[in-house]
Design a binder for this molecule. Structure first.
Ligand code: MIC
Ligand code: SF4
Length: 641
């Protein structure tokens, strides 16, 4: 039987395991990336492994998230990352050079290679035909050390595109359409391959918008073929030699095929507070808009920015709207400047921010109280913007401009003619903001600089045979890692200081949780379905671990988060009967007994000592995962090898 693109790349990188959906496989990783909000912890973890030089083909450390420097913390962490990168053979992308996924696509991504990144939107690389995964920092540290990356062999979904997008309907609308169809859980356990005749009408940046937002579907990753369009893009980046053709076999089998006719799509909008709460823009016509933000790893390519500039040209934004524009990379910004498009943006009244994540992760530009914000980003989770009662909506750059000009939600097709914008034949190449590591000889003398905000890694505990602990927090469905460990300008600087960070754990759901958990000493958290969706931040596991959480029981888990829980030595268990969730109450005294035998049998019984009821819980751990849990997490396990 023929193979899909992803299956071919997996086969080429398979270290162990069988390519049977649901079974654990280990993959050789060619490239890694980190960003600064997860990177400090990832490099601290890498350092504990005592490896002199990374063993990947390429590893890049980006600075793009924590670029507001309101105190010494972020600046210190950046110096730490820069020095650790220099010492251990990692390229360092300076602050200002751009958002990791945009820069990686431009300068480093290679079709057919594997990439893992300590950021959930690493699948952006699928736009160029890479098999790219978001992962926890510890998994990235292991991959930098030459270790394999373990995942569950995914199912294969195909989205078959036909037709061609009409003017003012964009790749972002394709992303929102697939979210409407599949929901934020619909991609769990699957790799989504984009194919069909319609693919030939999409440029690499458009493809990357789509693979970027595959993360919001919960998919393991998403991928496009590598074709002539990919070759043209790489050629324009001066990297034609990196191109290889990649396509699935004609008789490849898929677990699910979804058809989307690009001709029939309309401008779409995801309403608060979930990326799958999708409506037609026309349904929200006239809703007052306070703020518009254009940028993020989803929509910050040169093409996106040139379209925005062309639509803003000769117009000024509505006086009641605040518009921010963050180009995705220095390459994008410098080409906007040299083409004159930057002047059209500035003349419109927009505020141009640096090439970084910025408002997407609440690093400034939080909306006004109860403000309506239209953003070209990928997530609109409650509180993520930094304003608790803001209503964040996700839209295309075209829809964002229409709202900025009119002050209300407006169908962009009312803006008139879409100006013709051609993809440049050559991008402006300047890699001076990527600092190369020291040579192996010089590396010995490089001193790693550590600021006072870097606190020791919290001690994990081995999973013993019994856990008796209260249920300190019960939460509902689709809890994101932004709920568990919020980010934003005030909290992000403490990503290397777990004790400080712990005060904010579950702050979006229940601000009293940290105190309650500390008072309890050890505790158990209960969640609904798709627990831990969203960001890859391992802090959403490390901080609960620090607060004494020993087990999380949920209806189902998101892929990266469940791996992070195991890496942190927290036992993730699922309800065999999802209705049992209703029988548990916050504050109940719970007991898990005969855990080790239960892990082997695939079932552990939960006793509710308060109500006297008991419930069967499922666990399907591999031998490696069992050993990791019994050792107290990945770092403790690695030390035993
Ligand atoms: C995000 O978009 O939520 C982030 C911030 O990029 C995270 C990483 C982090 O929390 O540092 C992600 O997507 O993994
Ligand atoms: Fe940065 Fe936002 Fe992309 Fe995360 S989703 S990497 S915060 S731009």
């Amino acid at each position: 039987m023929g193979m899909t693109i992803a299956q071919k790349i997996i086969k080429n990188h398979l270290v162990s395991g069988e390519m049977i959906p649901g079974k654990e496989i280990a993959l050789r990783i060619d490239q890694t990336l980190t960003q600064d909000a997860t990177g400090t912890m990832a490099y601290l973890e890498f350092e504990t492994m005592g490896i002199e030089r990374v063993r990947t083909e390429l590893s890049v450390a980006y600075i793009d998230h924590n670029t507001l420097q309101c105190g010494f913390e972020n600046a210190d962490d950046h110096r730490y990352i820069q020095s650790v990168a220099k010492k251990h053979g990692i390229r360092f992308s300076r602050p200002g050079n751009g958002i990791c996924h945009q820069v990686h696509l431009e300068r480093f991504g290679v079709p057919g290679k594997t990439l893992i990144g300590s950021d959930s939107h690493t699948p952006t690389g699928g736009g160029i035909g890479m098999l790219a995964f978001g992962a926890g920092g510890m998994d990235v540290a292991v991959a930098m050390g030459g270790g394999a990356y373990y995942i569950t062999m995914p199912k294969m979904f195909k989205v078959n595109l036909t037709g061609k997008l009409r003017p003012f309907v964009t790749a972002k609308d394709v992303s929102l359409e697939i979210l409407r169809i599949l929901s934020v859980k619909g991609g769990v356990g699957a790799i989504i391959e984009w194919g069909g005749e319609g693919v030939k009408t999409l440029s690499v940046p458009e493809r990357a918008t789509i693979t970027n937002m595959g993360t919001e579907l919960g998919a393991t990753t998403s991928i496009f073929p590598s074709d002539e369009i990919t070759r043209e893009f790489l050629k324009a980046e001066g990297r034609e030699a990196d191109w290889v053709a990649l396509e699935s076999d004609a008789d490849a089998a898929y677990d699910r095929i979804i058809d989307i006719d690009l001709d029939t799509l309309e401008p779409l909008i995801a309403c608060p507070h979930s990326p799958d709460n999708v409506k037609k823009v026309s349904e929200l016509k006239g809703v007052k808009v306070d703020q518009v933000c254009i940028g993020s790893c989803t929509n910050s390519s040169l093409m996106d920015m040139l379209k925005v500039a062309a639509l803003l040209k000769g117009r000024t934004i509505d006086p009641s709207v605040s518009l921010s524009i963050s180009p995705g990379s220095k390459q994008v910004l410098s080409m906007l400047a040299s083409s004159g498009a930057l002047n059209d943006i500035l003349a419109s009244g927009a505020r141009v921010l640096e090439c970084a994540c910025g408002p997407c992760i609440g690093m400034g530009f939080s909306p006004n109280s109860a403000g309506v914000s239209l953003r070209t980003f990928n997530r609109n989770f409650l509180g993520r913007s930094g304003t608790a009662d803001a209503g964040v909506h996700l839209v295309s750059p075209e829809t964002a401009v229409a709202a900025a000009l009119t002050g209300t939600v407006t169908d962009p097709r009312l803006l008139g003619e879409m100006p013709e914008i051609a993809m440049p034949e050559a991008f402006r190449i300047d890699d001076t903001a990527v600092i190369l590591p020291a040579s192996p000889e010089e590396a010995k003398d490089v001193e790693v600089v550590r600021g006072p905000n870097i606190k020791p890694f919290p001690q994990s505990k081995a999973v013993g045979d019994t856990i008796e602990a209260p249920l300190t927090l019960k939460v509902g469905d689709n809890i994101t890692t932004d709920h568990i460990m919020p980010a934003g300008a005030k909290i992000l600087p403490y990503r290397s200081n777990i004790p400080h960070l712990s005060q904010f754990c579950f702050g979006v759901c229940d601000a009293s949780f940290p105190e309650r958990a500390k008072a309890a000493g050890e505790s158990i958290v209960v969640g609904g379905s798709n627990y831990g969706q969203g960001s890859s931040r391992e802090h959403a596991a490390l901080v609960p671990m620090y607060l004494g959480v020993r087990a999380v029981i949920a209806k189902s888990f998101a892929r990266i988060h469940v791996a992070n829980l195991i890496n942190a030595g927290i036992l993730p268990l699922t309800f065999k009967n999802p209705d049992d969730y209703d029988a548990l109450s916050q504050g109940d005294a719970l007991a898990l007994k005969s855990i080790h035998a239960g892990m082997d049998a695939g079932e552990i019984v939960l006793e509710d000592l308060t109500t006297g009821k008991s419930f069967p819980l499922a666990c399907d751990f591999t031998e490696r995962q069992k050993d990791m849990l019994k050792a107290g997490g990945l770092l403790a396990y690695t030390a035993t090898l």
